[in-house]
Design a protein. Structure first.
Length: 666
């Protein structure tokens, strides 16, 4: 998702909008995409008993969605919200603002940080003044109580918000003093404390309708409209993460009026602004300016031809610099959505129509994925009612337009795109009381988490492989494993055994319902299987060995290390390991005897003793020998065991090394 700020859409529809009150060895998953697919049928997420309006949506880096809107509860407007975890369903609406706090006719703004914390900001009317208010919700948490951000005693409205790296937000708003309007901003630290508001606009003329974005370094950029005495112009200021706000700079030229402003930035600090500029409504052009990271603003570029009506505009920064702009322009008989692509150097392509001709198209909104794909949504009048349309664009190519809404009249859409390329679109429909609706674009494969790929195993031993997978918008339809030896299996949890030693690549692929797939891989090292254990008579233990191998050198072996991977095992309890591995390091190849002797507890009769011996031929270096709590199908008696290890070759026998092991029955 790219940080983006919007103003209320100004132009032909300004009157309408002011009326709106174990897997350490596993590598990360790699998605492979089928054709991105929009969900069939939108979901209604607000209470249909009363009107909803002005929805907004954000997606965090994990694909979790949060939507907010204004809701009329029968007496006043309140702010409501709904959340949808990736792979889950939309929650019931939650009221953020207290009942009885009348909201100003404005949008609710949203921002989300890298940790999934969402912050909403809006303006409300208290007993005497307009107050900028925020509430926030941590990932998997609940919404905080509303908190006033603006200073008491001053009217404050039209706020915007951007999330900061590491927590905290910046809020900018329009503050009314006794003789003018000015733009100010305050920063909330990760601890929750707010800075004193800083004035961004110069003293003198009115400034209003600020927008703000932040990059991954914490650098801030704000833009707003300011009167030059006769017309509004676009101004901007920047604040580095460890510095103060700069003075304002003009982005647009004078002599004509600015009717709308959009601001967008990417994580690397590239910022782009777009606006409409002209005389009243009959001769308006789309303009844009960009600022590469660490550089200054470009000279404004005119994106459209003169002599047209432009109803609204939006812009989205692309990764690595550059941006995509889209606007609604009049053709004389209807309105179409036009678009232009800007490069990192500030040049812009010729405008093209992306909505098709015939039906009137308005209110474009767009967002860009990390791979540079921009998704554009807009409202279209199809001859009987308004609906929501969408296209996807990248590198000069464009998908066919898709209808997202049903057979009812709709309001303006808003879109958010997550880092995987999935998207969420919200709007209001109108059938009696209007409701907030939402749909999603499934553009990526499932997320694979908590992979259980064993690091080691033994020949013939059934190994368990598992993975947890979910998809942001569609069910996971299949999970397939490939074990590197020609074997495969299907399912989230499977078992597989290997016939020979070696290191094998293991791959798991999960595919969602629409065909998007994700892959995760790891390795498993298979060592020789266990030697059969024997149970000698219940007499004093005597280590036994088989025929020693031919020594690799003429020196006796030494056991330089003996350790257990776990010192407590069971043959039955689900919460205790069923086996351990003895890690044995030898200076040279040898025949190794491993003796398990049960130690009698005080007062326990001698008949309770138990001894078992394993024989292994091990090479020089480190080997692992599996020790289980069963021998020949019989459980080892519970108790404490001494494990004695000897190594022998033709040149001699090593000193014995011992460790202790507990076998439990619960």
């Amino acid at each position: 998702m790219r940080p983006k700020s919007r103003l209320p859409r100004i132009g032909l529809r300004i009157a309408l909008l002011v009326a709106v009150a174990s897997g350490l060895l596993a590598s990360p998953s790699s998605p492979s995409s089928a054709e991105p697919t929009w969900l069939t049928g939108p979901a209604s997420i607000s209470d249909g008993s009363q009107n909803a309006q002005a929805p907004e949506v954000v997606l965090d880096r994990a694909g979790n969605a949060t939507a907010v809107w204004l809701h009329f509860n029968g007496a006043a407007n309140v702010v409501q919200a709904s959340t949808r975890p990736a792979g889950g369903s939309w929650s019931g609406p939650v009221t953020l603002a207290s009942i009885g706090q009348h909201l100003l006719p404005t949008e609710v703004r949203l921002a989300v940080d890298d940790g999934g914390r969402v912050t909403a900001v809006w303006a409300r009317q208290d007993a005497s003044h307009q107050v900028v208010t925020t509430a926030s919700r941590p990932a998997e948490g609940t919404w905080s109580a509303p908190e006033a951000v603006s200073e008491p005693g001053l009217d404050s409205r039209l706020p915007d918000v951007a999330a900061l790296p590491g927590g905290g937000v910046v809020v900018a708003w329009q503050r009314h003093t006794s003789d003018s309007r000015e733009v100010v901003a305050a920063v909330q630290a990760p601890t929750g404390t707010w800075s004193t508001p800083s004035r961004l606009s110069a003293v003198g003329q009115d400034a209003h309708e600020p927008r703000v974005v932040a990059d991954a370094s914490g650098d801030l950029t704000a833009a707003w409209l300011r009167s030059d005495g006769s017309q509004d112009v676009v101004q901007a200021a920047r604040r580095p993460s460890a510095g103060a706000w700069s003075g304002p700079v003009d982005l647009s030229g004078g002599g004509r009026h600015v009717y709308a402003l959009r601001l967008s930035g990417d994580r690397d600090g590239n910022v782009a602004a777009a606006w409409t500029w002209g005389d009243v409504l009959t001769d308006v052009v789309a303009q844009a300016s960009s600022r590469p990271a660490g550089a200054g603003w470009s000279t404004p570029s005119t994106l459209s031809a003169g002599g047209q009506q432009i109803e609204s505009i939006d812009i989205s920064a692309r990764p690595g610099g550059g941006a995509t702009a889209a606007w609604s322009r009049g053709t004389g008989s209807t309105f179409v959505i036009a678009s232009s692509s800007g490069s990192a150097t500030g040049s812009w392509s010729a405008a093209t129509t992306i909505s098709g001709g015939g039906d009137a198209a308005f209110a474009p909104d767009l967002d860009t994925a990390p791979d540079g794909t921009t998704t554009v949504v807009w409202k279209r009048f199809n001859g009987s009612h308004h609906d929501i349309r969408a296209v996807r664009m990248r590198g000069g190519s464009q998908s066919a337009a898709v209808t997202l809404s049903g057979p009812r009249d709709v309001g303006d859409p808003e879109i958010a795109v997550d880092p995987a390329g999935n998207a969420c679109v919200v709007w209001t429909d109108a059938l009696g009381a209007s409701t907030t609706q939402a749909t999603g674009l499934d553009a990526a494969g499932p997320v694979l988490a908590r992979p259980g790929i064993p690091a080691t195993g033994t020949v013939g031993e059934p190994l368990e492989f598992s993975v947890t997978g979910y998809d942001a918008w569609s069910p996971v339809s299949s999970t397939t494993w490939s074990f590197g030896d020609g074997g495969t299996a299907d399912g989230a949890t499977v078992k597989h055994s290997y016939d020979t030693t070696g290191t094998y690549p293991v791959t798991v692929t999960a595919t969602d319902k629409v065909g998007n797939a994700s892959t995760m891989s790891g390795t498993v090292t298979v060592v020789p299987g266990d030697v059969e254990a024997s149970e000698p008579p219940e007499t004093a233990p005597t280590p036994t060995t088989g025929t020693p191998p031919t020594p690799s050198a003429g020196t006796p072996p030494k056991i330089t290390r003996l350790a257990l991977t776990t010192k407590r095992i069971t043959a039955s309890a689900a919460d205790v390991a069923r086996r351990t591995r003895a890690r044995i390091t030898l200076t040279t190849g040898a025949q190794v005897a491993i003796e398990l002797t049960r130690l009698r507890a005080p007062g326990e009769p001698r008949r309770k003793s138990f001894t078992a011996t394993l024989a292994r031929s091990l090479p020089a270096g480190t080997s692992f020998v599996v020790l289980r709590a069963t021998v020949h199908g019989k459980r080892l008696p519970p108790g404490r065991y001494r494990i004695t290890v000897l190594a022998r070759n033709a040149a001699g026998t090593s000193p014995a090394r011992t460790v202790r092991l507990s076998v439990v029955s619960r």
